[in-house]
Design a protein around this ligand. Sequence first.
Ligand code: 13P
Length: 362
Amino acid sequence: MTLDAHRDDLAATAAALAAPGTGLLAADESTGTIGKRFAAIGVENTESNRRAYRSLLATTPGLAASISGVILYEETLFQDSLTPAGEPGPPIVELFAERGIVPGIKVDQGVEALAGGLGGETWCTGLKGLAERAGRAYERGARFAKWRAVLRISGEGCPSELAVRENAWGLARYARAVQEAGLVPIVEPEILMDGDHDIATTASVQEWVLRTVYEALAMNGVFLEGSLLKPSMTTAGADCPDRPSLEEVGSFTVRTLSRAVPAAVPAVLFLSGGLSEEDASLCLNAINEAAALGFAPWHLGFSFGRALQHSCLKHWAGHDVNAGQDALLARVRANGAASRGAYVAGGEPSDDASLFVANYSY
Ligand code: 13P
């Protein structure tokens, strides 16, 4: 099918994912990554434990009030649910969809070393066979996709122009390919928090990255009204001694987006990137407060992984479904409010642990 045949549906899906006061639950950890999360709570990384945990997410009562979509890992998209009693249930994807939560799928296949890049720079793999995989995901009920390209800032000259162009081009090729299969692309050029650079440096690098990404999207004929952006929030490197205020995070983020992201894009859904649960909500809130004062034509929401699931995993601990769901709902409510600029610090319980992991891979 051509992109033209899907334009109306793509725009409708993107608009649904951009509903005011909502964001996405990023539950697309690869089998290796969820294994690290489970290890931290003493749960074995088996297929049935992954199935039980993702079933907990899908059956959380009231999740849809502030969650418009969920990003799944391929295993989960094709997996049946498991009831708390250990009985088989309907497909996990159906549990989300029947609650009005749009299912999506991670389609990149991870990063690899970039030949010619500087200091550990990477490119994102997964273009080969993408049309077929996207088609199968659509048949199974997915309506959007995600592809995460990773860039870092360092005094060694990173990101290099090579890394910026290669990652932007990969995102654009992916976005065009999945739109032809009827999936809304989430375009994710993550800039890692690793490093000691200040917020002004992050802002200027991010502006360059986003301009390059949208130039590549235009060159590939990507339909912007049927696409979404998932960037990092504009903040200082994790080791920068000069910590920006929330107001600075808000104003630098909105300034960066307003300089580089076309108004045709319906929503900007931030990743949490290693911020603690509470900090992620406070930064998102500050961004929405700054947006209310300036130019921001897009819905500014969230697509958090760690900052939505950290307390949930800890309270579930492999057996307590209700406690896990309550902890998830608390952060969902917090981020729903933050997407409207209405979150009050400490308004919902959270675990204040830093979730930052150097050189994080998803
Ligand atoms: P974090 O919110 O944990 O950064 O993850 C979101 C995500 O999907 C990264 O690709």
